[in-house]
Design a protein around this ligand. Structure first.
Ligand code: FDP
Length: 333
């Protein structure tokens, strides 16, 4: 069987006019950084990289050493190539300008360097999520305002999953494509063309310990599923919650499901739990490109107009019929 590498795939995308040379370079550089992060993640305790870094990130959450390492790897890999006008990281308060000594390009890169990092110390899958926007025409030194574009304007989005194998999932707006890292060769191999989220599912993902804080539509939706065969849905549902968004979304991309981190009384003051620019938008683009849906419960995630770089939003995504049902329950409330 002929193996197609990420590089070949991207060249073909460029020839077909779906990416520019700079976007191809950007994705290749992110993929290279992902390989380096994968090496660090997989060494675990052997590299002394587990545990807390002794600092808090911009969200006031304790940073793990690997959060800091992954953030540095992504910044250093991307700042000198000439493809970016600026970067923003979930781990860093302000946007990250490109140092003066390097040429600048036309794209903005946003990333969550290590998502699900509270799972690292227990050796459960974590991931990297990224989103690519165009720097507005004529702008050379972008400020935060240039990053505040709705998710529908993303030109590419993807994530890496550091699990039993390392996978890179990517969309440039023409379906969702999955690659698996061949560790011996050091290359990403095209293993999952045109991934699709089944429209129906019998599996849901939510942190049920928050049940008492949920709003009425979410309580209704989950309890109807829990009632199973004898309830209004007339069939049984299964529940999964890894607590690593990348792993939960990856399962949904592979076999369907609905993932929810809704607004609740616990996170209402912050606007939600997950970050719009680093988590919700890229995952929403991927899920929509795979035929699924993604809403806040009240509006399409990709239509949310961002007001802050580190803004949080409620997230409901996955199999289209289920996302539409829970969104409808919100409208009826
Ligand atoms: P983490 O805080 O470990 O980085 O990004 C937030 C996130 O993980 C998601 O990956 C995950 O889906 C969610 O939080 C888990 O939240 P709970 O701990 O509340 O279940």
């Amino acid at each position: 069987m002929q193996r197609i590498t990420l590089t070949q795939f991207l060249i073909e995308q460029q020839r077909a006019g779906r990416t520019t040379a700079d976007l191809r370079l950007l994705i290749e550089v992110v993929a290279r950084a992902v390989k380096a992060i994968s090496v660090n993640v997989s060494k675990g305790a052997l590299a002394g990289v587990l545990g807390e870094a002794g600092s808090d990130n911009v969200q006031g959450e304790a940073q793990k050493k690997l959060d800091v390492i992954a953030n540095e790897i992504l910044i250093q890999a991307n700042e000198w190539g000439g493809h970016l006008a600026g970067m923003a990281s979930e781990e860093v308060e302000d946007i990250r300008p490109i140092p003066r000594e390097f040429p600048k390009g036309g794209y903005l890169l946003l990333f969550d360097p290590l998502d699900g990092s509270s799972n690292i110390d227990v050796n459960i899958s974590v991931g990297t999520i990224f989103s690519v926007l165009r720097c507005p025409e004529g702008c050379v030194e972008p400020s935060e305002a240039e990053f505040l574009q709705p998710g529908r304007d993303q030109v590419a989005a993807g994530y890496a999953l550091y699990g039993p194998s390392t996978q890179l999932i990517l969309t440039v707006g023409d379906g969702v494509h999955g690659f698996t890292l061949d560790r011996e060769m050091g290359s990403f191999i095209y293993t999952h063309p045109f991934m699709t989220v089944p429209v129906d599912t019998h599996e849901f993902a939510i942190n049920a310990s928050n049940a008492r804080f949920w709003e009425a539509p979410v309580k209704r939706y989950v309890s109807e599923m829990q009632e199973g065969k004898t309830g209004p849905r007339g069939r049984d549902f299964n529940m999964r919650w890894v607590a690593s968004m990348v792993a939960d979304v990856h399962r949904i991309l592979t076999r369907g499901g609905v993932f929810m981190y809704p607004i609740d009384e616990k996170c209402r003051a912050q606007g939600g739990k997950l970050r719009l620019m680093y988590e919700a938008n890229p995952m929403a683009m991927i899920v929509e490109q795979a035929g699924g849906a993604a809403t806040t419960g009240r509006e399409r995630i990709l239509d949310v107009a961002p007001t802050r770089l580190h803004q949080r939003v409620p997230v409901i995504l996955g199999s289209r019929n289920e996302v539409e049902r829970v969104t409808r329950y919100h409208a009826e409330d």
